[in-house]
Design a protein around this ligand. Sequence first.
Ligand code: FMN
Length: 194
Amino acid sequence: MGNAFAEIAFTQGVRELQIQAGSRERYAAMDQSANRRDKLTERETTFIESRDHFFQASVSETGWPYVQHRGGPAGFLKVLDERTLGFADYRGNVQYVSVGNLSHDNRVALILMDYANQRRLKLLGRVRFIDRDTEPDLIERLVTPGYKAIVERGFIISVEAFDWNCPQHITPRFTLAEIDEMTAPLRAQLRRNE
Ligand SMILES: Cc1cc2nc3c(=O)[nH]c(=O)nc-3n(C[C@H](O)[C@H](O)[C@H](O)COP(=O)(O)O)c2cc1C
């Protein structure tokens, strides 16, 4: 047992720095935790399936980290089961940087933001690619109905670990839809006063 995120992220060098900074004790409990936290619960599922974007990191074959932003309608990143995520990869700028990196090293890190509620979730996993020829049913589960772009592949991510971060330093920001919802009572009041 032990927390899966600590197992992956707290490398020897990281642990040495924690010792030097006096924070190792605080995190030692994670190493022994009876809760591995590598299976998505209701809390993570609801959060993931209401995101409209995330940031995805991969590592190039020359060792460079690379981050790409992925966006789509809320829920485009799907929880297929408690250990698996998926999304449809539509034809974009055809640079194939992330796909090239992940074909070489399938390890991926995602960070999902909820600015309005100052929450963020980090996920670590491994990617495999699927296509319509080999797994048409699974591709069908990933696509957004009515979205006309070409689906080049599906990203299937086996989750190995996740961690919720503290909300500090997340500046609250609101989407137009959230502002619209929050100001609806004001607009209704204005209409009544007219
Ligand atoms: C016409 C067009 C549409 C795009 N639509 C999306 C999109 O809906 N969601 C998204 O995350 N990226 C979108 N992108 C960005 C690309 O898909 C990008 O190629 C992809 O994120 C892979 O980038 P990478 O090569 O840096 O890994 C679009 C790009 C173009 C040119």
